[in-house]
Design a protein. Structure first.
Length: 160
């Protein structure tokens, strides 16, 4: 199936997909195939899909090495959050998931990505690796488009 020019991978066998932290990623885009399919089927706006995909890639990065990748993952999560804020404030688009809940996209991803006890445990290991650190957001979302890892104009155009 193709949605807005994006070819979706086939639905993976849940037993095989959930046997490892990283699951199945046939198209090697850094997002588990089940997560990618859920995002593309459930989210109606391309820009929302792109923001969620940017965040989902960071989860896989965390699962690769929760302790060793912790600081870089936090930076990537922050950048993805900056992307969402940039689009919200500069492009006047609010994700459907955020209309009732300011961090709705985070809750949405937590539910679909942290779907096994091993994934939850690994995420807590990552979170613990950040313990004691001080991490701040930036104003980069206010200053430039480079916080998004996709073409914002193209995504917004597809939603018209």
């Amino acid at each position: 199936m193709i949605i807005n020019g994006h070819k979706l991978p086939p639905e993976p066998d849940p037993k095989i997909n959930n046997a490892t932290l990283l699951g199945i990623d046939i198209n090697k885009n850094g997002v588990r195939d089940d997560v990618e399919r859920k995002i593309y089927f459930e989210q109606k706006k391309q820009v929302d899909r792109e923001i969620l995909m940017q965040h989902a890639k960071v989860f896989n990065f965390v699962f690769e090495d929760p302790v060793g990748n912790a600081i870089e993952a936090e930076k990537r999560f922050s950048k993805a959050g900056d992307c969402n804020r940039y689009i919200k404030f500069q492009k006047k688009h609010i994700m459907e998931l955020n209309k009732q809940d300011p961090v709705g996209y985070i809750h949405y991803l937590d539910k679909i990505i942290l779907n096994t006890p091993e994934r939850v445990k690994t995420y807590f290991i990552y979170d613990g690796a950040l313990s004691g650190g001080v991490y701040s957001g930036s104003l980069s979302w206010f200053l430039k488009e480079s916080v998004c890892d996709f073409n914002i104009s193209k995504a917004l155009e597809l939603d018209k």
